[in-house]
Design a protein around this ligand. Sequence first.
Ligand code: TNX
Length: 482
Amino acid sequence: MNDITVVPVPARVEPASGVSFTFSADAVISSDSAGVGAYLASALRAATEFALPIVEGGPQSAISLRLDGDSGDSGDFGDFGDEGYELVVDAERVVVRARTEAGLFYGVQTLLQLLPAANGPWTVPGGRIVDAPRFAYRGAMLDVSRHFFGVEVVERFIDAISRYKMNVLHLHLSDDQGWRIAIEKWPELATVGGASQVGGGAGGCFSQADYARIVDYAAARFVTVVPEIDMPGHTNAALHAYPELNADGVAPAAYTGVDVGFSTLAVGRDVTYDFIRDVLTEVAALTPGPYLHIGGDEAQSTSTEDYLAFLDRVQPIVGELGKTVVGWHQIGPARTVSGRVAQYWGHGPAPDEDVLAAVAQGDRLVLSPADRVYLDMKYTRETPIGLDWAGLVTTRTAYDWDPDRLIPGAMVLGIEAPLWTETVATVAEIDLLTFPRLPAVAELAWSPQDAREWNDFRARLAAHGPRWTLLGIGFHPDPEVF
Ligand code: TNX
């Protein structure tokens, strides 16, 4: 295990030199988790073409996935926590142990990366890994509003993030350019609000069954979906679908440009809150995870007074639905509610006043500094797509910082890399902006700060290029990495 190229780098690696395990065609798998066992078998069968039957228990198993709360002598990992695992490889077998199925899943991701990308012999280096995440919230966001992407594309994105032990998919489901989740009580959100996107294409909208499929697919990979309904700004698609949500009662035209800050729900009308309650009720019912993201960014067409009054009415609705509020950090000055999470997307050295207001109220933070982890920023001036308002973001820029030193006094729940899609219309374009920066953010969110070092990371990351190619994933050949 001396030269392993696992990303995120595990918290602790103890190589057993001269020891290794090689899968043979008659290897079997036993697992205490049917789901994780099946996931591993299907990944390994695809690569090895071995049968790899799943058998009941038994020490003879070549690969054994055990749910086991006792971490033995793993010391500082206690009982492995909610997501930790231990992976032991000796000459006879591979054993993954964890307290939860999520932990087993992460052990399996590590095991898959220890194997060759393609072609046997299927040898795993001997030794022991004990691993657990630094942050509980490790996410990526996909903006399906500016350009709509269907269920298969979202599932492919979930596959990508979960391979790197990320556990949150934030879906930006509404914005000026399109509404992307069907709401039974307000059907024209889908049919009218969903029929547009940047550049004038057809747009689209998830049915509730589509959304449920995404949630299930994510859950099978231990990914929590965080749905975002942005408000009171970024709402032109809803305002276009329903005139009564506008202060003057007149629906604006559909919007297919890329400006921000021009739309607002009518914060003084009661119907606005009926609308929000109906929408959030249906979205909450479809969402098993604890969070509802209510946006709150760039409400430049709402006065400060109206904005604060609006949030005082909306945030409690989220609580009544049994969910926790997440909002962009502009919600900081609004009176907090229990458990609230503010998502920081500022840039530059001085933390902004709004995020400090959130910290002062005891909100937890998800960090998405735009000049570090915005996946929609260009890598270099030559990157054919992407924006540059927060600067250029190389892989090293995304990787080389310490989340605990960004905002004084912050309680950091985790890290999220957002992919806004004003300039992103195809899967190839998603890939180009996502790889290799997403694995950099994943390691930032998972691995202990003192286990991360750019040159070491760069070398490990470079080994993943051929894996992505085999999976049909394109990437930016960042010259500092490859
Ligand atoms: C700012 S980040 C926005 C988005 C844009 C993004 C483009 C945030 C909360 N608001 O509306 O898509 O910049 O980078």
